[in-house]
Design a protein around this ligand. Sequence first.
Ligand code: MF3
Ligand code: CO
Length: 315
Amino acid sequence: MQKSILEYNLMRKKVSNKNSFEIEAEEKLGRNDDCWCGSGKKYKKCHCSFDEKLDEYRHKCILVPPRRIIKNPVQVQGIRESAKINIEILNYIDEHIQAGISTQEIDNWVCTITKKYNAIAATLNYEGYPKSVCTSINNVVCHGIPSKNEILKDGDIVNVDVSTKYKGYFSDSSRMYCIGNVSAEKRRLVEITKQSLEIGLQYIQPWRKIGDMGAAIHEFAVQNGYSVVREIGGHGVGLEFHEDPWVSYVCQKDTGMLMVPGMVFTIEPMINMGKEDIYISDDDGWTVYTEDGLPSAQWEIQILVTEDGYEIISY
Ligand code: MF3
Ligand code: CO
């Protein structure tokens, strides 16, 4: 199965852009009705003033989130529980990853720990993806498929991307690992990519547009001599694996969806040492490579937008 970049892009964006119709259809509630968020509270004590505020933004033609991606406190707690497992898996990988192991071995660890908690690896069988984790080495940008024939070697940089479904709630985060003696050039790529998340986080504030965050990450990467992948980005996550909004890190500030309390999404820029261009493997239809063969790095963090900033859910 071969996917073109365009198809790929559409797959990741397929939940997008029905917002405006959907929001028009969202039911207007009476002040004493139960709130739409499922909190069990009366509307006037819950999302009533929130909706009024959202209306003001909408009337200024600003893209506002649909109700289905706003999480209530019970859902947020569910997502946190899922993320605890996700983080524990990554922590285990921190301790055990080393030169000489196969990427299949990493998949085995993920399977074992996920099972121990009665959770499910969210990638397994997702759109036909065959494994429980993505392992992306050097010039692989993302969605590398673990294999017993792929052995980590001294000097590799590898992204391990873990996503967990637990009691119906999704978590998703990834880390980079430097295997043994990694060149200063590659280490710097890994480090700058990590720092770009910290930069992006500074822009996560309610009632601010998400493009401010993406633009800041892009600017930082470019200042450091790198490029950022355009076609694949972050996403809302929590009640589904991939929800609105689609999150770009190649965008203008003051664009994109308004961030509001209760939104959960990932920040996961893919930063290339060379050019931004990528292609997808003809052989497996998943593995994404840099066109120029130079290394790429990615860290992924899952955040909740709160009343006064953000909470890190999974990292
Ligand atoms: N964790 C990846 C993401 O950021 C998973 C991609 S879907 C997969 O969404 F099937 F490739 F794993
Ligand atoms: Co993700």
